[in-house]
Design a protein around this ligand. Structure first.
Ligand code: MD3
Ligand code: FE
Length: 223
């Protein structure tokens, strides 16, 4: 947020979790919003995920590199149009490797599992229309404990970071805004987390989008 009176500062909300506010430049945000628009197009485009419980997720999702479904990864959109998933974009690989280095610094990398040799191969793009949310969950379908990198675009949100043991307190609520980078590695990698609500209408109109986009980049450990 350029021109902000009190710039938001780097924080470490939990061991291994790092928030770098405004890490993406405005140009990078525009580039990612445009890319998300392309990735969202069918075939293998944006979809609503149906849960085994019979419900459906309120966010809409597109996967890149590997297709995530509840609860596994596949090379094709097994719960949708059945076609091969779109490739993992080199742009996201480069950004995520830079993100991990920025979060932990050259001296911190060897203390975080999978950070030094980070080779991400999957991204999930989530779109939150007004009112969408994501319940507390853990991301456990990956076979390795390398960090997860999250980029936020558009509307802000209240993000809830819980603990690794239970779906209950203690948790920490953080605001995420467009351009923010969040990296989850080490002890935080398998923590419960979710999106309590979005902050509708807080996006910079210059981004030319509505709602909130979140891109998570991961290393699957699959081949
Ligand atoms: C903490 N997405 O796609 S990103 C998801 O904002 C997901 O759309 C949320 O949770 C979103 O699975 C949160 C931040 C995030 C992602 C993965 C994590 C936090 C994490 C994995 C472990 C711990
Ligand atoms: Fe998640």
């Amino acid at each position: 947020m350029p021109g902000e009176l009190f710039p938001r500062e780097r924080s470490d909300p939990a061991p291994g979790a790092v928030l770098l506010p405004d890490w993406l430049t405005h140009a990078e945000q525009l580039e990612l919003v445009a890319a998300c628009r392309e990735w969202a197009r069918p075939p293998a485009g944006l979809r609503t995920v149906r849960l085994p419980t019979g419900g459906q997720m309120s966010v809409r999702t597109v996967c890149l590199g590997w297709h995530w479904y509840p609860y596994g990864y596949a090379r094709t959109v097994v719960d949708g149009d059945g076609v091969p998933v779109k490739p993992f974009p080199p742009l996201l690989g480069r950004l995520a490797v830079r993100a991990v280095a920025a979060a932990y610094g050259p001296d911190g990398l060897d203390g975080i599992a999978g950070a030094e040799a980070y080779e991400p191969d999957v991204a999930l793009v989530n779109h939150y229309a007004e009112g969408a949310r994501m319940g507390l969950h853990r991301d456990r379908e990956e076979r390795v404990d390398a960090p997860v990198v999250s980029f936020s675009l558009g509307d802000g949100c209240v993000f809830r970071l819980g603990n690794t043991e239970t779906r209950t307190r203690p948790w920490t609520d953080l605001e995420l805004h467009s351009g923010d980078l969040l990296v989850f590695g080490g002890p935080s990698r398998f923590a419960y987390h979710g999106v309590v609500r979005t902050l509708a209408g807080t996006a910079d109109p210059a981004l030319g989008m509505t709602g909130r986009l979140n891109i998570t980049v991961r290393q699957s450990g699959l081949e």
